[in-house]
Design a protein around this ligand. Structure first.
Ligand code: TRP
Length: 481
């Protein structure tokens, strides 16, 4: 191998990381979560976590990718060798690959729904439809496994095609066309919301802070969301970081990613709630906000079919630019480890994730109840897969923070960060202590029904355990280079 792959353009890493970050999480999950959790207070916690936890871990993850210059699994293998730490840290890579695979499997199914709605909007099928018709229509989609599988297949195949064409011709060129288009569409939808909706009501809903609106559950969801939305803890960012030229500022890039990602979520929230309030609809509709409430708002408004169609194209584009970053780390691993060609590697990854996705498809209909998942875990296969990723992501993030914080030497980190000692010290404090503690709490959210005392107790135990384990793993003396 002669050298390693590097993005052709200086700005590509930023573009790619923003593409990965901005997705269904911003356009679908963020608005409905803030709608359910009282708006402003939720956003406050979300923003605090982005800055105190998200950005430091984002920096850590890019750093691991850029110093190792390999796919997450091989990269971590390399770093454990060069740093004389236990091979157990390779878990970061494996956990990441597992999460990428699991997330891709359901992400593609949900993105597939957006294909359906793009079609319905552009053909004008929903113009003037009432609430009853629209919600029955959504239920009918969920009840049709064949149709959902078709959309799922189309979406995942499109993503595979882009990654299969390589990081330059596929990913880089794809993003350079898609991302600017997405920003333009987002602004068009916002402008439409300002004209036809009630932007004042949306702004006061999103930006009025009333901390009493927020339950503990809401706090934890806000933290989990800030994690999910930055694509942290699963190697996607590490894989892209491996292609980032050394001279680019890591700190500045990480801040830019977080700021753009947050801004997109806010603008999407404003636009969506402006339309929802304008049409006199409910904000707390949960996951149906985008697929039921919003289509209803479009159905009643002038040029709603056209703007609605464009809106769902935005959703699709944002989802594709995220799903390619789910394929890349695993594909890059298969290429490095087994000497496959890129198309072979992508095909294997995507066929496996596609098959897994069928579990999500049937979770809404044929297997909606009474399966082995329900009897073992009390939830559908889809909900179980989502739960797994909600566990893997924070654990991955925790390990990334600990490894970058404790295993990398000061001179290495300083070289990567390329900035002052003060910032280095502050960053290291955040990844060593603050981020692990915060992540432990997010993680606990996934354990259902723990009461008030158990949460802090388990949290403390988890943090102590993680430190104990990391100190042990780190102190392995053998040095092999
Ligand atoms: N950030 C993506 C979104 O907001 C979702 C996501 C989470 C993701 N983890 C990821 C995307 C890893 C790509 C890679 O929709």
């Amino acid at each position: 191998m002669s050298g390693h792959n590097v993005w052709t353009h200086k700005g590509t890493f930023l573009l790619a990381a923003v593409g990965s970050a901005v997705g269904l999480g911003n356009l679908w999950r963020f608005p409905y979560l803030s709608g359910e959790n009282g708006g402003g207070a939720f956003i406050l916690v979300y923003a605090l976590t982005i800055f105190a936890v998200g950005i430091p871990i984002l920096i850590a993850e890019i750093m691991l990718g850029r110093t190792s210059r390999q796919s997450p699994i091989m990269g971590m293998r390399h770093l454990t060798k060069t740093h004389g730490t236990s091979r157990a840290w390779e878990t970061i890579g494996w956990l990441g690959a597992a999460s990428a695979f699991l997330i891709l499997s359901f992400y593609s199914v949900i993105a597939g729904w957006a294909i359906h709605y793009t079609w319905l909007m552009l053909t004008g099928s929903l113009v003037g439809a009432d609430a009853q018709t629209i919600s029955t229509g959504f239920d009918a989609l969920l009840a049709a496994p064949g149709l959902m599988t078709l959309y799922h297949t189309l979406f995942i195949a499109a993503s595979a095609l882009i990654v299969g064409m390589g990081i330059h011709k596929g990913i880089e060129s794809g993003l350079r066309i898609m991302m600017p288009a997405l920003f333009v569409i987002l602004l068009v939808v916002l402008a439409y919301g300002v004209v036809n909706g009630d932007i004042g009501a949306a702004a006061s809903f999103l930006f009025t802070f009333n901390i009493a609106d927020l339950s503990l559950e809401g706090w934890l969801q806000a933290m989990g969301q800030s994690f999910f939305t930055l694509s942290l803890g699963m190697g996607a960012i590490m894989a892209y970081g491996a292609y980032m030229p050394s001279e680019i500022s890591l700190t500045r890039t990480a801040f830019a990613v977080a700021i753009v990602d947050t801004a997109v979520a806010m603008v999407a929230g404003l636009a969506i709630f402006a339309l929802v309030f304008g049409a006199g609809l409910e904000t707390g509709q949960g996951p149906g906000l985008m697929f039921v409430t919003l289509p209803l708002a479009f159905a009643e408004m002038p040029f709603g079919a056209l703007v609605g169609g464009v809106f769902f194209i935005l959703v699709l584009g944002a989802a594709i630019s995220s799903s390619i970053s789910l394929i890349e780390p695993v594909a890059a691993f298969l290429v490095e480890r087994f000497d496959m060609t890129r198309p072979q590697a992508v095909t294997i990854m995507v066929i496996a994730a596609w098959a897994m996705g069928l579990l999500t498809v049937v979770s809404f209909n044929m297997w909606a109840e009474g399966t082995i998942f329900h009897s073992l875990f009390g939830r559908s296969a889809f909900e179980f897969i989502e739960l797994l990723t909600n566990i893997f992501m924070p654990v991955g993030g925790l390990l990334i923070a600990l490894f970058a914080g404790w295993a990398l030497t000061q001179s290495e980190v300083m070289k990567e960060l390329g900035s002052s000692v003060t910032w280095f010290k502050f960053w290291r404090f955040l990844v060593r202590f603050v981020a692990p503690a915060a992540v432990a709490f997010v993680f606990l959210r996934t354990i259902p029904q723990v009461d008030g005392y158990l949460i802090p107790t388990l949290g403390a135990l988890l943090i102590i355990g993680a430190f104990a384990a990391s100190q042990r793993w780190l102190k392995k003396p053998r040095q092999t280079t």
